[in-house]
Design a protein around this ligand. Structure first.
Ligand code: ADP
Ligand code: MG
Length: 728
């Protein structure tokens, strides 16, 4: 049986040795990246300056300049041993896509020559109709193109087939609709910059641009490759659809910060080396709460780069895990009853002058600047809480949100005691009437008292979906498989929109003759009052919070199909349209893609569940039952008393009962699927999959897991939880 071969193989594996290129990271950091340093070396001063300018301001790069960059990139890539190049992009499938072309072309007289023109650098045409485009294919031009994003440097990827130059690009349809995660993010960053600079200028005239920073903590599980291959459910859906909870799970919590198994350590070491070579600044690694769960985190970067790097990291993890005879499980919930995985998005704003806008300063003025961005972020999330919830909705993340181990599906913000007190203070002391100089001084003093360092580890709330952690917000509800570009597009857009509104309000008061500082405080105070409902410092996993949230009017949308409604609400449409991020057709298309993805995921899970239950579980149970029947018959033949086989009869009955319920539910599930498939409207179909098909999952699983506990271990076909989560 596959299970026993897998068990044997996995327990006899030695760690794969890893050799770092040097003991100093600085010797190899970014060697595979066409970064600033290499551009500087390969481009003339003038061209380099133009590229940098275009990158920093988000402007188009002139053809002539692109030609020179292409030539430089080519010679660098070839000197690095690359034979092919590809536009690397992030379509809405959730993985990355590439189409490789060789650097060579045939000359007129039939010789092979190495070429790479600016047009190949700037634009390519993969067939858009084979990527999800949510109806855009039907309504619009089918073809799309990828276009170079000069703000994310090109890099070289190794593979068994050689080396390839990868050029980060956006992906759009010919009619201009965005078909990927990057293009909207870049638009949102542009909107944010435009909205934030005027606000910064209230405090510091030197600020000329504002950008977002992001540090992504990635959680994941590792499982031995042979174990993985012996679990068809894991192989086809990314999670186990069956499995009784192990007798020793994570109850003892001895895994967290425990010692890392040698095989895993060598995987991590190689992942770090390869990441660092690609300029991904991986810095931390540790065990996570669940057995065989781990986390890695890079140093934060410019958000566009951080998102690209996370996508690249997920690709690398997959490849490197294979080398170490592991399979990486990025799914939010690979095992029921064991903690799931998330991807904490640590987000902040930074200025051209190098100031972190979410970091308190050491003067009343810089603290007022901090409070402005801090409170506007709270206001934005309060205003668009449902959209934030929608931005992290997926079939797999549904297992985490609200499942008492990850942030709940209710959006709330954790501020910590100190800052809550500061906001309360402002609310109390800013007056509707004109403030006296004494009142102003008192307030200024208080604002000035915000400690510069708020990074107090004791004041951490791990149950909040959106928490302030000293100098950044941490969006914790993002799922481990997600492309962060999506939630980050939402976050940056809502903050941009909010800052615009804030500016308008402050200007209106200023026009009436109010001083800037006072106008700012007045508007902030109004926001503090308006956003109270979303501030929550307590335990987000508790039942009381669900009740309390309801009282406060906060939504608790636990499933994806309805959570996604917020993506196409009137409010969202006008938000995205007025900030030039998405037009309504793009939003509708995206909405449809997300619903379709949801349906496909549940459909596949349902099919696999049926197949595994019918072809693997039931036959195994019957085999064991048959053994018992033979045993009972034998005992009866030799006229043994009834009590010598009554236990066997009990088990025989129990097996029959479980099989009956499993079969009944599999049949009903199939019918439910047929019915759902006949529904035309994609939203209704998704809801049918959620309410009518998925409904059977728990019931089927319950009885399969019961069987696992009574059937002879020798007959059980699937590796068990304990076997899978133990890495030797
Ligand atoms: P933890 O949340 O576990 O305490 P850290 O404080 O080390 O972990 O930070 C987690 C992530 O947040 C890291 O990737 C770190 O680089 C990132 N981070 C720190 N400061 C910022 C910032 N100003 N903007 C964005 N990310 C940041
Ligand atoms: Mg964290």
């Amino acid at each position: 049986m596959l299970r026993f071969t897998a068990l044997e193989k996995s327990s006899n594996r030695a760690p794969v040795p890893v050799n770092p290129p040097s003991s100093k990271v600085s010797d190899y950091y970014g060697v595979n990246v066409f970064d600033k340093e290499k551009m500087h070396k390969h481009l003339s001063k003038e061209v380099y300056k133009q590229v940098m300018e275009a990158t920093n301001t988000g402007q188009r790069i002139d053809r002539k300049v692109a030609e020179l960059v292409a030539a430089a990139m080519k010679s660098w890539a070839i000197s690095m041993g690359a034979t092919h190049y590809t536009h690397w992009f992030q379509p809405l499938t959730g993985t990355t896509a590439e189409k490789h072309d060789a650097f060579f072309e045939l000359s007129d007289d039939g010789r092979a020559i190495e070429t790479f023109s600016s047009s190949a650098l700037v634009q390519q045409e993969p067939d858009a109709s084979s990527f999800p485009n949510g109806g855009i294919r039907n309504t619009f031009e089918a073809r799309g193109y990828t276009a170079w994003d000069p703000s994310s440097p090109a890099f070289i990827m190794d593979s068994v087939a050689g080396r390839t130059l990868c050029i980060p690009t956006i992906f759009v349809s010919y009619t201009g609709e965005t078909l990927d995660y990057k293009a909207p993010l870049l638009k949102a960053l542009n909107a944010l910059n435009q909205a934030a600079v005027p606000v910064c200028q209230y405090f510091d005239k030197n600020v000329t641009s504002v950008y977002s920073t992001l540090g992504i903590e990635q959680e994941y599980f590792l499982v031995d490759i042979d174990m993985f291959n012996a679990r068809p459910d894991l192989e086809m859906t990314g999670r186990t659809l069956f499995g009784a909870t192990a007798a020793k799970g994570q109850q003892l919590e001895d895994h967290y910060f425990g010692s890392i198994p040698a095989r895993v350590l060598s995987f991590m070491a190689e992942l770090e080396i390869e990441s660092l070579k690609l300029g991904i600044p991986l810095k931390t690694r540790h065990n996570e709460v669940a057995p065989s769960q781990f986390e890695c985190a890079p140093v934060f970067e410019d958000i566009n780069l951080a998102v690209d790097h996370n996508s690249l990291l997920m690709d690398l993890m997959e490849k490197i895990a294979r080398k170490h005879h592991f399979k990486i499980l990025l799914h939010e919930k690979p095992y029921a009853g064991i903690n799931g995985s998330g991807k904490h998005n640590n987000w902040s704003l930074s200025t051209s002058t190098g100031k972190n806008l979410l970091s308190p300063g050491n003067s009343p003025k810089s603290n007022l600047m901090f409070l402005t961005f801090f409170i506007n972020t709270i206001k934005a999330v309060h205003e668009h809480a449902d959209l934030m919830r929608a931005s992290i909705a997926s079939a797999s993340n549904d297992h985490r949100l609200g499942a008492n181990e990850a942030p709940p599906a209710i959006m709330s913000i954790f501020l910590g005691q100190q800052l809550s007190a500061v906001l309360d203070e402002i609310e109390k002391s800013v007056k509707d009437k004109k403030m006296t100089p004494e009142e102003k001084t008192a307030l200024k003093l208080n604002i000035g008292k915000i400690p510069e360092i708020l990074l107090d580890n004791t004041d951490r709330n791990r149950t909040s979906p959106f928490a302030f952690t000293g100098n950044k917000f941490e969006f914790r509800a993002v799922g481990s498989t997600a492309n962060c570009g999506h939630p980050m597009t939402v976050l940056n857009t809502i903050v941009a929109d909010q800052l615009k509104k804030f500016h308008v309000e402050v200007e209106a008061l200023a026009k009436k003759g109010m001083k800037n500082d006072e106008a700012i405080l007045k508007v902030l105070r109004k926001y503090i009052v308006e956003t109270k409902a979303i501030r929550f410092e307590g335990n987000g996993y508790s039942e009381e919070w669900k009740k309390e949230a309801k009282k406060r009017g906060l939504n608790n949308i636990t499933t994806t199909p309805t959570a996604l409604d917020a993506f196409v609400s009137k409010k969202t449409m006008s938000l995205f349209e007025s900030n030039n991020i998405f037009n309504h057709r793009e939003l509708e298309a995206r909405h449809e893609i997300m619903l379709e993805t949801y349906i496909k995921k549940i459909q596949i899970e349902s099919r696999v569940m049926g197949v595994v239950a019918t072809n693997h579980i039931i036959p195994a149970a019957i085999k064991y039952q048959h053994l018992l029947v033979q045993n009972v018959e034998g005992l009866m033949d030799i006229k043994m008393p009834r009590e010598t086989y009554s236990a066997q009869v009990e088990i025989i009955k129990a097996i029959s009962n479980h099989i009956t319920v499993i079969k009944k539910n599999c049949d009903a599930m199939l019918e439910a699927r047929k019915k759902a498939n006949a529904i035309d409207n994609v939203r209704s179909r998704a809801i049918a999959y959620c309410d009518k098909v998925k409904l059977h999952f728990d019931e089927i699983r319950y009885h399969v897991d019961k069987l696992e506990l009574i059937v002879d271990d020798e007959c059980w076909p699937l590796p068990k939880y304990r076997e899978m989560v133990t890495i030797r």
